[in-house]
Design a protein. Structure first.
Length: 453
């Protein structure tokens, strides 16, 4: 018994010694303000080095780097990085904090780089890109927050990224010979506005969650989507288990949401509206679920307008389109084309779309049933299909709304508020057009006409 007691005490002492570094790290977790290291708001001087120094020091113990309200100027190095995050660090910005990128000449850059690090938080603030000042007109790889490599346990909350020549937010693999992909990444209540390529690109990664966020006004170079899951060739890296939930995706130049060469992800309870090319595009995408989304007023601006649909599936198999409100889109409510085997289109409300409600071509084993279909163009048209189930679709079928209201959780669900916000978005777009045209060499009479509009 004495031996057991002694052994137990020895074990306790060994355990205590082993855990001392962890306890010390927890006790010494640091909070610093970038002002302590020489950053100064609103002085038109570069603050990159001061902010980076604060991050590097805090990374030694773990902790928080505070950036107060005001505008801080950031430059990117020749590596393409501006601010480089380190493991176990939170970058905490005030609601009034602006990190403004100085005009960059590099074709590829990141205002904030999150590469091969773990346990990182970035909260609050606004990141402003150099879209209008960027010297390479064809460049599309200038991003706000870039999450790459084996970055894991990354949380971004309340951040706005706007005016970037590429994406507001990007999640992708590294470019080294040995490929690594991010895991356990969450973006919550972020905003991407007026970026050139994508509001958010997800190229590779697993266990990614996008919630309660807004992606709008993306336009300038393909794909100009609000959110795009687009796996790169040779399509071997994982891009799966992505959840896109309770977001607002609107007024983008391309599709609102793209799933391309990806598998087994979900889009639930999103508002996807007024996107120029269409609502949702599943391109060679398999096993995805669209559930409980409001997909409306999309399309009409494609060179091939017949592809402008609420939901467009091309070469995608075994996707489930269920309990969505798909209405007032330019062409079809749902259009499935080219080897679209095994897709299920069930229990949706498909009304008042410009062409047909549902149309498929070249797909076997389809299930199309229990959809409320109404409006001027309420047809369900099936071409070149076998072993499919098509039944109980029509205006007499009741639509049971999903359990949760689409859109960010804090938003009002009233149609009146949505219409007001859409008018504001249109006004913003017109203002940007006027600003751009003001810089062009146009006759004075034409400029006056534009500004009076």
């Amino acid at each position: 018994m004495k031996y057991i007691k002694k052994a137990g005490m020895a074990g306790f002492l060994v355990l205590s010694i082993l855990t001392l570094p962890f306890i010390a790290d927890q006790a010494e977790a640091t909070t610093v303000n970038v002002i302590q290291y020489g950053a100064q708001a609103d002085d038109n001087r570069l603050d990159t080095a001061a902010i980076q120094k604060a991050i590097d020091i805090v990374s030694e113990t773990g902790g928080t780097v505070d950036i107060p309200a005001g505008t801080f100027d950031i430059a990117v190095h020749s590596s393409g990085n501006g601010i480089v995050m380190k493991s176990n660090v939170q970058l905490r910005m005030n609601a009034g904090t602006i990190l403004k990128l100085r005009g960059a000449h590099l074709p590829s850059y990141r205002l904030i780089s999150v590469s091969d690090v773990q346990n990182v938080k970035i909260t609050g603030g606004t990141l402003v890109g150099d879209r209008t000042a960027h010297t390479g007109d064809d460049d599309e790889w200038g991003h706000g927050i870039h999450i790459t490599g084996n970055a894991s346990s990354v949380y971004v909350n309340g951040v706005t990224a706007k005016n970037f020549s590429g994406d507001g937010f990007t999640i992708e693999n590294n470019l080294d010979a040995v490929k690594k992909v991010p895991d356990k990444v969450k973006l919550d209540r972020v905003t991407a506005d007026y970026n050139r390529r994508q509001g958010l690109s997800i190229i590779a990664g697993t266990n990614i969650t996008i919630t309660n966020s807004t992606f709008k006004h993306t336009e300038g170079t393909p794909s100009s989507a609000g959110i795009a899951l687009e796996r790169d060739k040779p399509y071997t890296l994982p891009l799966e288990n992505v959840v896109i939930q309770h977001n607002r995706i609107q007024n983008n130049g391309g599709y609102g949401l793209i799933f391309a060469f990806s598998h087994h992800s979900r889009a639930e309870y999103n508002i996807i509206r007024s996107n120029k090319e269409g609502g949702v595009f599943l391109n060679s995408a398999h096993g995805h679920t669209l559930y409980g989304n409001k997909i409306s007023r999309n399309g009409g601006h494609l060179s091939k307008p017949y592809l402008s649909s609420g939901v467009f599936i091309r070469g995608g198999e075994n996707n489930v389109i269920s309990a969505n409100d798909i209405s007032q889109n330019a062409e079809r409510g749902v259009y499935a084309l080219d080897h679209v085997n095994g897709n299920e289109i069930i229990h949706n409300n498909i009304t008042d779309n410009g062409h047909t409600a549902i149309e498929t071509n070249d797909g076997n084993g389809l299930v199309i049933k229990n959809n409320h279909v109404s409006g001027t163009h309420d047809a369900v048209i099936i071409h070149n299909s076998s072993s499919s189930v098509v039944s109980n679709n029509g205006s007499s079928v009741s639509f049971i709304p999903p359990a949760e209201e689409p859109g960010p959780a804090a938003d009002s669900s009233s149609l009146e508020k949505e219409e007001i916000e859409e008018k504001i978005d249109r006004s913003d777009s017109l203002s940007r057009l006027k600003e751009a045209l003001a810089e062009k060499s146009l006759p004075a009479s034409l400029k006056r006409a534009i500004f009076m509009y």
